[in-house]
Design a protein around this ligand. Structure first.
Ligand SMILES: [Zn+2]
Length: 172
């Protein structure tokens, strides 16, 4: 018996296509129409998640998925560059990626709670986590007010940064 594969939710499919501007995510191609490809194959991940989906034209989808003529590392690079290019991530998130290239693996990153929303996409995508909820800076009166939380990049986040660093700059 094969596991029934659920269809990709319409909103997710739209988001993935929007990310690539409804054109093939390979920057030297940019053909339309596009299909939704799983970067890690469905048979392995058994779920549809934004970060594992990418818009490819039918030709590149076949070359990647069926013919295995495009390395997964390259598709990951295309995905990483799309995310940076298309405004999914905030300026703060982009700066963190640039800076974190040179950081040790468990570098703690203090972020004021007032701007937590600026790293919300990193949190949503599992690239960043709270390092330790018990540590915080105190200001104000007795008892203190929690103003700053510490975060660190996850393994997935560090891999994202490594790929971003390795990728050739893409132009559209
Ligand atoms: Zn293509």
């Amino acid at each position: 018996m094969t596991q029934q594969r659920p269809s990709i939710p319409a909103a997710l499919e739209r988001a993935v296509k929007e990310e690539a501007g409804y054109a093939c995510a390979i920057p030297t191609c940019r053909m339309t129409p596009v299909e939704i490809a799983h970067i890690e194959p469905w048979s392995k991940v058994q779920q549809h998640t934004f970060d594992n989906l990418i818009a490819l034209c039918p030709n590149h989808h076949t070359r990647y998925d069926v013919e295995k003529r495009i390395p997964r590392a390259s598709v990951l690079n295309y995905k990483a560059n799309l995310a940076l290019l298309n405004g999914r991530y905030s300026t703060l998130e982009r700066r963190l990626i640039e800076q974190a290239v040179d950081w040790p693996p468990n570098q703690e990153i203090p972020i004021h709670i007032g701007v937590r929303i600026l790293v919300s996409r990193f949190l949503d995508d599992g690239l960043l986590v709270e390092a330790d909820d018990l540590q915080y800076l105190i200001t104000g009166f007795e008892g203190g007010i929690k103003t700053t939380e510490l975060y660190r990049f996850t393994e997935k986040g560090r891999e994202f940064i490594r790929r971003w660093k390795a990728a050739e700059p893409l132009t559209d």
